[in-house]
Design a protein around this ligand. Structure first.
Ligand code: ADP
Ligand code: MG
Length: 254
């Protein structure tokens, strides 16, 4: 449990840091965003444009705007992470988040490994769908980075289990030693070269899943592979409970 305490402590200092960084980036980014938008609008409206500027309108500015959107999305995530009471929780379908995480991981995979997807029938979960999607994406990216160049297989499975929904991300990659297993949820713990890993993926996943009242478990064998299992409670409305007397309960207070 000591380890969990340390993780919590580091996560809250990380929250403070994230809040500071988000705040500092926010204002200059708002300025950059609006300037680049008006520049591309104005240039696009020009009837006769020299060839060099045409390239800006067609390629450079759209790519710049993509970059800006990405930075803005990261800043929004940092703020949410820092606030710790993100958006209003909603009921959502975990399978939809798994599918979209899979699409987002395509860039990382670049056809490098095979992905097998098995979606079970699931009751809805309550919480922040985007955050849960982020967790699945972080697990997928790790799995893809862990598998060999040839013959790598990542299996993603969802299933319902009593009052929980479960998502499993399994790979046949490098696996982990006991030392690594002991530290992998620590913020900034990474075994990857600079530029490839920040060591934040699993710390963030841990924060998000425990924040949803769920658990994240890992099994790994060195040289054979790893399986991460995320368990989330089923939305309260969907749980099988003792029926309430007529006129009470369901739907009230919503
Ligand atoms: P990062 O991926 O940036 O290093 P993470 O928090 O996502 O940070 O992961 C921390 C460390 O845990 C990784 O550097 C790696 O050593 C280990 N790890 C995570 N997932 C896997 C996996 N599927 N297979 C092997 N090692 C893993
Ligand atoms: Mg990672």
């Amino acid at each position: 449990m000591q380890r969990e305490l340390v993780t919590h402590e580091k996560l809250s200092s990380l929250g403070l840091l994230a809040a500071g960084v988000a705040h500092e980036i926010n204002n200059p980014m708002a300025f950059v965003t609006s300037n680049v938008r008006s520049l591309s609008r104005d240039l696009a409206a020009q009837e006769e444009l020299p060839e060099e500027l045409r390239e800006y309108v067609d390629d450079v500015l759209p790519a710049t705007l993509d970059g800006i959107r990405r930075v803005n999305a990261i800043v929004a995530d940092l703020k949410r992470f820092a606030r710790n009471d993100p958006e209003e929780p909603v009921e959502f379908d975990l399978n939809a988040e798994v599918s979209s995480a899979l699409r987002l991981s395509q860039g990382e995979r670049r056809g490098r490994c095979q992905v097998e997807l098995e979606l079970g029938e699931l009751p809805p979960v309550m919480g922040q769908p985007r955050q849960i999607g982020q967790v699945v994406l972080n697990l997928l990216v790790n799995a893809v980075q862990a598998v060999p160049g040839q013959g790598g297989v990542v299996k993603v499975r969802t299933r319902a289990e009593e009052e929980e929904v479960v998502v499993e991300v399994r790979d046949n990659g490098v696996g982990m030693s006991k030392e690594v297993l002991g530290q992998l949820f620590q913020p900034f713990f990474t075994t990857k070269p600079v530029g490839e890993g920040t060591g934040l993926g699993l710390a963030v996943a841990y924060g998000i899943i425990t924040g949803h009242g769920g658990r994240i478990e890992v099994e790994s064998a060195l040289g054979r592979g790893t399986c991460f299992t995320v368990r989330l409670p089923v939305a309260a409305e969907e749980r099988v409970t003792t029926p309430l007397p007529p006129g009470e309960g369901r739907g009230e207070g919503l």
